[in-house]
Design a protein around this ligand. Sequence first.
Ligand code: ZN
Length: 179
Amino acid sequence: MEGTQTCFRCGKPTRVIGLGIGEHTRLYCNDDGSFESETIEDLVGYEPLFLSWVDDENDIPPALLRYIKQRYNVRTGFSKTAGERFANHCDHCGVIQGNWYLFEEDSPLTAFIPDGPELREKLSKLKIYSIGIDENLVLDWNFGMGDNDELYFKYCPAKELILPPSDDEYITYADMYKP
Ligand SMILES: [Zn+2]
């Protein structure tokens, strides 16, 4: 997902991105080491999208990491409050845009989780780039559930993204993880 955030340092609008997860199965680990699972599926009239992010860039499959690093100012950087983290940086002055500010529902500043009046208009300014994946990926990404999960696909413009090295809208597991 791509949005625009006003940089807290230079005050200019800068592009920021987040990750998103659609249909998926969550695994929960019990105290005794056993697992429980819950599957969130697209249903008719309901296509959820869960905003997500990672602190460690190694948790992003290599093909996707290469793509976002080439096109956006994302890298592992250092913030005084959070330490070393994979994060967005301002396109103009280069300062780190803290993950908490962008991805936590309690943050008053995040472009990704709009609320209040003009919600629909704010959502229409986000962009979704959708990547089809042939097989299941195993991901350890941070995300919660929010009020906008069922609204992103309704109101944000969405496009298919062709992720190299694939040349169509689906990428295989092998290509996703090719170093
Ligand atoms: Zn800036």
